[in-house]
Design a protein around this ligand. Structure first.
Ligand code: F6P
Length: 343
């Protein structure tokens, strides 16, 4: 058996742990040959790959980034792409199956290719935790830990200066990182794309905390849309693939809070720090188990599936089911956190 691995989309702590686990299990249990495609779908379409041995993955469980590189290349529209070409290339190079490790976009691409006959399975990753079909994605726990640590630090400097501190975290469409890091750091307001709280309400929470002599801490997801606005504000233009580039809401919010409450306010945008560096123990274990399960799916020729965490077990769901809808923060989880806001 010859299996190809590739990592695609935005990087995420735990990618290397998946690669390591797949190589170790593939070699040990199936005497498989594992190859790694470079830079996401680009490498797959152009058949740009390298062999991966046990030595190549030594010590990788705890390392950040991806040794294979990543890109946001579209596997269908990239020159030479499409299912027919991929099937022919795989046959020519003796590739029996592909493990695609990526987020929502990657899983949707994999699903399209699987439906057209490409032997592919998916491993979900995203710090945003917005992939449906799995309880958690690796990367998320690490991002929450990093954001929590940052907010703990913001609290002490904020308290010293009697300032309101705003922390902008990632989360283009969903507020999972904001919700969990905000709860864990004891934020006084959590603002997420799913719940358009008004600026009036945000400022009421800030004032209440300030009045009892504490430094208000506000966490905002980059995709948050304040009530009365049509779409995400402070968009910084477009990315290479045409998606809006978010970021800037934290600055905007800090200015508004200062203006409306008179309380000195500072913003910190955490940005890509949330995606860099070593994964937490939880993410290493989750990524490792997903990598091993994906190899099992390849050995069983169970194509078109995605590994999934269900409770404490690693299972699989069809790619089409997993890519149907984004996993947003449900109202009851937000209401639960809201009890902790303001006074
Ligand atoms: O999808 C994960 C994510 O981290 C989003 O939260 C964020 O908006 C985006 O990636 C940033 O992508 P890029 O690295 O391409 O700027």
């Amino acid at each position: 058996m010859r299996i190809g691995l590739m990592t695609s989309g935005g990087d995420c702590p735990g990618l290397n742990a998946v690669i390591r686990a797949a190589v170790l299990k593939g070699i040990k249990e199936y005497d498989a040959e594992i190859v790694g495609f470079k830079d996401g779908w680009r490498g797959v379409v152009e058949m740009d790959y390298v062999p991966l041995s046990r030595a190549d993955v030594r010590g990788l469980a705890g390392s950040g980034g991806t040794i294979l590189g990543t890109s946001r290349t579209n596997p269908v529209t990239h020159p030479g792409g499409g299912a027919e070409n991929m099937i022919a290339n795989f046959a020519e190079h003796g590739i029996d199956g592909l493990i695609a490790i990526g987020g929502e976009g990657t899983m949707s691409g994999a699903n399209e290719l699987a439906e057209a006959g490409v032997p592919v399975v998916g491993v979900p990753k995203t710090i945003d935790n917005d992939l449906d079909g799995t309880d958690y994605t690796f990367g998320f726990d690490t991002a929450v830990a990093i954001a929590t640590d940052a907010m703990d630090r913001l609290r002490t400097t904020g308290d010293s200066h009697h300032r309101c501190m705003v922390a902008e975290v990632m989360g283009r469409h969903v507020g999972w990182i904001a919700l969990h890091s905000g709860m864990s750091a004891g934020a006084h307001a959590i603002l997420i794309p799913e719940q358009p709280e008004s600026m009036q309400q945000v400022c009421d929470w800030v004032r209440q905390v300030h009045e009892r002599g504490r430094s208000p801490l506000v966490v905002v997801a980059e995709g948050y849309i304040p009530q009365g606005h049509d779409g995400p504000i402070a968009i910084r233009g477009k990315q290479a693939d045409g998606r809006p580039r978010l970021g800037g809401i934290g600055e905007w919010l800090a200015e508004q809070i200062e203006e409306m409450t008179g309380i000195e306010t500072r913003n910190t945008t955490l940005g890509h720090i949330q995606r860099g560096g070593a994964p937490t123990g939880f993410d290493r274990v989750l990524a490792t188990r997903c990598g091993m399960h994906a190899v099992q799916l390849c050995a069983d020729k169970h194509w078109g599936q995605m590994t999934a965490l269900r409770g404490t077990e690693i299972e699989h769901v069809s790619l089409s089911e997993a890519t149907h809808t984004l996993k947003t923060v449900p109202l009851h989880r937000y209401e639960e956190a809201k009890v902790l806001f303001g006074r």
